[in-house]
Design a protein around this ligand. Sequence first.
Ligand code: DQA
Length: 146
Amino acid sequence: MKILIIHGPNLNMLGKREPDVYGNATLDDINNLIEIVAKSLKVKTEYFQSNTEGEIVTKIQNSLDSIDGIVINPAAYTHTSVAIRDSLLSTNIPTVEVHISNIYKREKFRQHSYVSGVALGVISGFGTYSYILGLKAITNYLKSKK
Ligand code: DQA
């Protein structure tokens, strides 16, 4: 079973970026933590970060035959990208949306997600642990489907 972890724009800046909102962990710290939990769950993972919408769309399209589930933090594209939503719909790969911050507690423009409507579910507001919850949720979903 292989899970793709997608990090959207500016998440490569974690650790430096607004630590009061996003914490001190870097993207490598988060991926290392996900890897430890993935091993304990006996699932394989692949990691992808991009600051470019089209690259994320292409990555999702190219995952059609190789990836069983996706955990995605679309970052700012959450609130703008019909293209990412459509790429998830076109591949139909089960997806969990995650956010470090609680987007529903923040500015109005962050309270709408184009991805949520095509995701299995959304985890938002648990800091780095949102990714771990997302990984556990997608793994549980895929294992229970088998
Ligand atoms: C984010 C929330 C988004 O609104 C923001 O644009 C991000 C990160 C989060 O993880 O809390 O870049 O997705």
